[in-house]
Ligand binder design. Structure first.
Ligand SMILES: C[S@@+](CC[C@H](N)C(=O)[O-])C[C@H]1O[C@@H](n2cnc3c(N)ncnc32)[C@H](O)[C@@H]1O
Length: 369
C-alpha cells in the first residue's frame, strides 16, 4: 500500500485468520495477566483506521472488545486498569480511528490514549524512553502488524520484551521482502528488522528458499529476545505449502506460549498452522486430515527415553519443544492412548489409587522399553 491508497481497504480471509488468533489469545491473556497485575498495556503499533471497507472491525476495536466484551470477566479483570495505545502513521487513518474510538462507551478501568500519529519505531521509542529507569513497564502486549517490513525492528521489540510479562506478536510478509532481496535500497530496513545483517545469508537464494532462511533467522532472534517464540503461518492451507506470511509470537512465559499455541490450534485445528513449518517447512505433509498425535508420543519418547518423568515435565516439554499444545493434546490424546496400549506406565506416589489414564499433578510416567 502507498500513501495514496484509500483510508479503508477490503477485509480478507488472511486478515480474518490474523484477527482470530489475536482475539483468541487476548481472551486467554487478559484474565491470566489481570490475576497478578493491576495495570495492563495493550499496544497496536500499526493500528490502521479501525474499520474495513465492509464495516468489519479492525484490530484496535477487536482488542478493546476482547477485554470489555470478555464473557468470563474475573473480579481481577474488573479491578485492573487497562491502557490501550494505538499508533498509526497516516493522518486520515488516525482521524478515522479516533472517530471510531470516540463512539465507544467504556468502563472506567479502560483507558484510551489519543491515537498516536507517527511511525511506530519513533513513537514507541519515545514511550519507552519516557519510562523512568526506576520504574518498569506494566505487562504489555504489543501487536506489530505492518503491510510490509519497515518501521519496526527487533531492537525495539527487544526493548519491549525486556519488561517483565511483556509479549509481542509481529507480522512479517516474507514474500514482500524476497522479491527485492538483492536490491541495495532494502538493506537499511532489513538491518533494522533483524537488528543485524544476518539476513544477508538469504541473498544466496531466491523466492521460498530465501524466505525460509529469513524465517529461521527471525524466529531464532525473537526466541533470543523473548525466551520463547512461536510462528504462525497465516496463509497456510493444507497441501498448498509454505507461503511465508508469518506471525511471530514472543513471550517469556511458558503459560503465555501454551495459551498462544491453543489459540493457533483453534484457528487451524488440523495443523496448528505454522508450527509444522517451524523446524522443517516440509513437515506439514505429516498432517493430513487431523493432527497425528503419534508424533507427540514419539517426541516424548525420544526426549525422555525409558527414564521416569513427571507430568509437569511432559507438559513443559510439549509446550516448549513440540508443535502441540499440552492442555489440548497431551493427556487424553497421547498419554492415555499410549498407556492403554501398554506402551507407557504411570503412577502417583501420593495416590496409589489413581485412576488409569488420568494424570493429576504429581503423576510419574515412564515409557516401556
Ligand atoms: C496492515 S495495516 C494494520 C491493520 C490493523 N492492524 C488491523 O488488523 O486492523 C498497517 C497500518 O500501518 C500503517 N503504517 C504504515 N507504516 C507505519 C509506521 N511506520 N508506523 C505506524 N503505522 C504505520 C498503515 O497506514 C496501515 O494503516
Amino acid at each position: 500500500m502507498s500513501k495514496t491508497d484509500p483510508t479503508l481497504w477490503q477485509y480478507t480471509e488472511h486478515t480474518r485468520a490474523k484477527h482470530h488468533l489475536l482475539v483468541g489469545y487476548l481472551h486467554a491473556w487478559f484474565p491470566i495477566i489481570a490475576s497478578t497485575s493491576r495495570a495492563i498495556n495493550v499496544i497496536d503499533g500499526f493500528a490502521g483506521p479501525g474499520r474495513y471497507e465492509g464495516g468489519e472491525p479492525g484490530s484496535p476495536l477487536l482488542m478493546i472488545d476482547a477485554f470489555v466484551g470478555h464473557k468470563n470477566k474475573t473480579p481481577r479483570m474488573e479491578a485492573a486498569q487497562v491502557y490501550f495505545d494505538f499508533i498509526e502513521e497516516r493522518h486520515d487513518r488516525v482521524v478515522y480511528l479516533q472517530n471510531e474510538l470516540a463512539q465507544l462507551t467504556l468502563p472506567a478501568n479502560v483507558h484510551l490514549e489519543p491515537v498516536h500519529e507517527g511511525s511506530f519505531d519513533v513513537v514507541m521509542g519515545d514511550i519507552l524512553d519516557a519510562i523512568p529507569a526506576t520504574s518498569g513497564l506494566a505487562p504489555t502486549f504489543a501487536f506489530i502488524d505492518p503491510f510490509g517490513y519497515t518501521g519496526h525492528g527487533l531492537q525495539l521489540s527487544s526493548r519491549i520484551l525486556q519488561f517483565e510479562k511483556s509479549e509481542v506478536l509481529i507480522y512479517v510478509p516474507w514474500p514482500h521482502i524476497t522479491r527485492f532481496i538483492s536490491e541495495v535500497s532494502i538493506e537499511p530496513a532489513l538491518n533494522n528488522l533483524f537488528g543485524d545483517s544476518s539476513w544477508q545469508a538469504a541473498r544466496a537464494e531466491k523466492g521460498k528458499a530465501a524466505a525460509r532462511i529469513l524465517h529461521g533467522l527471525f524466529l531464532e532472534r525473537v526466541r533470543r529476545a523473548a525466551g520463547f517464540a512461536a510462528p504462525f503461518e497465516i496463509d497456510a492451507a493444507p497441501g498448498r505449502g509454505w507461503a511465508g506470511y508469518t506471525l511471530y509470537f514472543g513471550t517469556g512465559s511458558v503459560v503465555g506460549l501454551e495459551k498462544m499455541k491453543q489459540a493457533m490450534w483453534r484457528v487451524d485445528p488440523v495443523a496448528g498452522s505454522g508450527f509444522a513449518y517451524a523446524a522443517n517447512p516440509d513437515q506439514l505433509m505429516l498432517f493430513s486430515a487431523s493432527p497425528d498425535f503419534s508424533l507427540l508420543e514419539a517426541a516424548l519418547r525420544n526426549h525422555f527415553g525409558t527414564e521416569r518423568f513427571t507430568i509437569r515435565q511432559a507438559e513443559t516439554f510439549t509446550t516448549v519443544e513440540t508443535p502441540f499444545a499440552a492442555e489440548m493434546h497431551l493427556k487424553k490424546k497421547t498419554l492415555a492412548v499410549a498407556e492403554r496400549a501398554g506402551r507407557l506406565e504411570a503412577s502417583h506416589p501420593a495416590n496409589p489409587k489413581r485412576r488409569a489414564c488420568t494424570y493429576p499433578p504429581g503423576t510419574v510416567l515412564r515409557f516401556k522399553s
